[in-house]
Design a protein around this ligand. Sequence first.
Ligand code: C2E
Ligand code: CA
Ligand code: CA
Length: 496
Amino acid sequence: MLKRLIVLAALSIPTTMVAYQPLLFLSAHHASLQHAKFTLEHYRQEIEHHIDLSRRIIINTQSETKLCDQKNLWRLEYQSSIIRIFGYTDLNTKKICWSEGFVTKRQKQSITYLHQYSLSETESLSLVKIDNINALVFTKTISDQTWFTVFEPIDLIDNYCIHCYRVIWQTKETNLFNHHQHDLYRLNANLYNMRATFEFNLDSIQKRYYAYLKPFVIGALIGFNLLVLIGLIRQHFNSRKPECILKKAIQKKQIYPYYQPIIDTTTGQVTAVEVLARWDFNNYIVSPSEFIFIAESTGLIDPLLLSLFEQVEEQRQQYKDIFREIPFCFNVAPTQLERPQFVKELLQACRDIHSVHLPIAIEVTERQPFKDMDQAKQVLQMFTELDINIKLDDTGTGYGSFAYIQNLGLKTIKIDKMFIDTIATNDLKRTILDGIIEFGHTAQLHMVAEGVENEAQVEYLINHNITHHQGFYYSRPLTLDGLATYTDDLKKIESE
Ligand code: C2E
Ligand code: CA
Ligand code: CA
């Protein structure tokens, strides 16, 4: 089992890895699309924000001197991932002024106006190329003076993902990342009245996401495998619980019926047979006293009884002639008769056996009490209506035999071995045996003595007119083949 666990755990890693690949791909693909949309929106907001900022700066500074005091300037550099604004603050006045020199200097260099978009009568936004870098120039004219701010670079550059995006302005392609031609995702956007196409390289974005997701995926894999392993270990230990082993044994029919005959001493013939469960556990026969209580406390006694019913019926078919008149008695615990659904199933099983004309009987022990006597009476009535005899098992050992016999209307009692054992001894319980026998005769009950082991007991019982005996003196519990031979032999002896 441990080997199996290790193999399973080892196998689960590559299998989950394989299973995770498409999942990882899908999530990375989805995430990259989301990222593309988010980036675009972010870009648009930044540009709008900076145009807005520019407006305010220009309005603030236009009433001031055009040229800043070069000696007392504080360079204002506003920089985000995509846009930079350069300006200067006059530290004396604490007001913002723009360095003409800075712009002029730029202008002196090669500025190519690619496109100009008018935002209003006084404002415009131009797409320019300064020293081969794309830039947006916002201009605002106030009282014949033109103020402008420069945003650059305007092409999307993400420090983490160099080849992930590019912006294609409608006027002219920037061709920043032209070596990434495939797996492209395009989004068109309006920035004010300028149109730009954002091209996202999904392949690159996905690769980045793979790298980002990798620790999570590995963590999830380890977690998943741990869970599988814990599940397997728990299953392993659960499967070692007695009820689990018992359940499997019932399912595999490793618990099967043995049969002990009940002899009518007046005829010397088998008059009934008790079905007794035996468990073949790795070639070791487990006694019912070791597992019936587990079966009863876990409810497994129900499937066990039905399984015995099935097996008995199947086996008995082979010896229909021998056992035609002989009822086979099944042990049924009182708790079982208190479960309505099970009663239904049991009644059906009884009907099925009856339909093939094989008589059955039920033994209900008085070692356990019935919770509700009226209900018990009704349930037992249903069995009697099917012509199924109900015997009170282990009489004298438990919960008020006499009350049971009276209230439940039982006609047959099995006197427990505990009392039969007292025969020919000085045990005080012998007086109880005599009391039970006397009561039985007075109430005209059919009596069966259990656990008859010796001749003295046989004699005593016969002398007290108890003629139906079950015990090792006659036969131990047998296989059905053994019982058939035993029964047949008795028949032969009688006919001789
Ligand atoms: P029980 O119903 O009183 O069954 C009679 C028990 O006495 C059987 O033990 C039988 O082998 C044993 N026995 C019969 N004659 C003699 C004898 O002369 N001497 C001695 N020493 N023992 C004798 P077994 O088969 O071990 O069953 C023990 C108990 O387990 C049964 O007592 C019954 O209460 C329970 N049991 C057995 N099979 C089932 C079953 O299928 N369902 C239920 N609910 N209980 C079962
Ligand atoms: Ca019994
Ligand atoms: Ca008994």
